[in-house]
Design a binder for this molecule. Sequence first.
Ligand code: SF4
Length: 384
Amino acid sequence: MKPSISGLYIHVPFCDGKCDYCAFYSVPYDPVMARRYAEALERELTGWVQVYGPLAVETVYVGGGTPTLVSGEVLREFFERVRSAVNCSGLREWTIEANPGTLTEQLLEFLGEASVNRISVGVQAFDDATLGILGRRHSAADARAACDRLKRVQWVNWSVDLIAGVPGQGAGVWRDTLLQAMDFGPPHLSVYALTFEEGSRLAARATAGHIASLSDEEQLDRLHEAQDFLSRQGYERYEISNFARSGFACLHNLACWRGREYLGIGCAASSHVAGRRWTNAPDIAAYLAAVEAGRPPPRSEDESFSPAARALERLIFGLRMAEGVNLEEIARSLGDRGIAMASEWQQRLTALAGQGLVTDHAGRWFLKEHGCDLADLVARELMP
Ligand code: SF4
């Protein structure tokens, strides 16, 4: 059966250094390798088109890494090839992730011409001390300049990423970061709580006792502050960590959370297609060697994604969204088995409702405010 892939994810692993909190795979930017990589991406994509037939995608998401480190010329050629490899007639959104220091006026002009219509800017903070602790290479002035540029050129759909709960960042500085973001009026913000990822420099510093993480209460205070502030400013919290003005939710992410299929290309890219989920190995040399030799990229994970596992994921991701989740709809995708599973979930959700974590309304289940704080616990309670 032909899969119904709605999203294309393109992973670009280049970075201009390693942020201290980051444990994602990335490699230093190298223009020669970037060109080779773009060619390999195109080969991988056309290989998939041969397997699945013409792909009609609604969303493209170019993430990383820092895709905007790659020169405009290489990006332009590559994006043109993507457009001719897949059917973009129904394309609704093309996002690219960018770091503030890379967003020049020239690049914005090019991105507009290349039909990129959404930019997600990794601001993280409008405060130099916080950016220093995070090990970012851009300054608060760079972040302001990038947002100001987007505002000046009247870029319509863009987003600011912020990190809450950075060690040493007081409540006043966090409030100021939120206020500064409002100076530029981004239609979308993502606010993530800082996590100490194993293997990151920040985690090593915390383990060595060189920095102290915020307490859980302080961390939650920061997130509540963001949520209250952004809601007063007219943003809808459409997913636990994502806030948007009406009509500006990220369509690519929404489709993934709703269980739609997506194809990921590039090293370290994940895919969910035709009942399988896989991730290409996080190794650019192995990726290039395989694709240039006409072989599929090596995978670090590859598993069958059973309808039951898929249904459970839809339930958990659905709860994280403001639209909530309808158990019957999910159960229908499981045929006869669905009735038993829906009844089991109904029981567990009812117990969670008794703890004030979830609620149901008009046939849909939602996380309550307290449930948003404890979303991981809710997810664990729903697992078999
Ligand atoms: S956080 Fe982003 S920019 Fe920083 S090293 Fe990781 S992938 Fe690169």
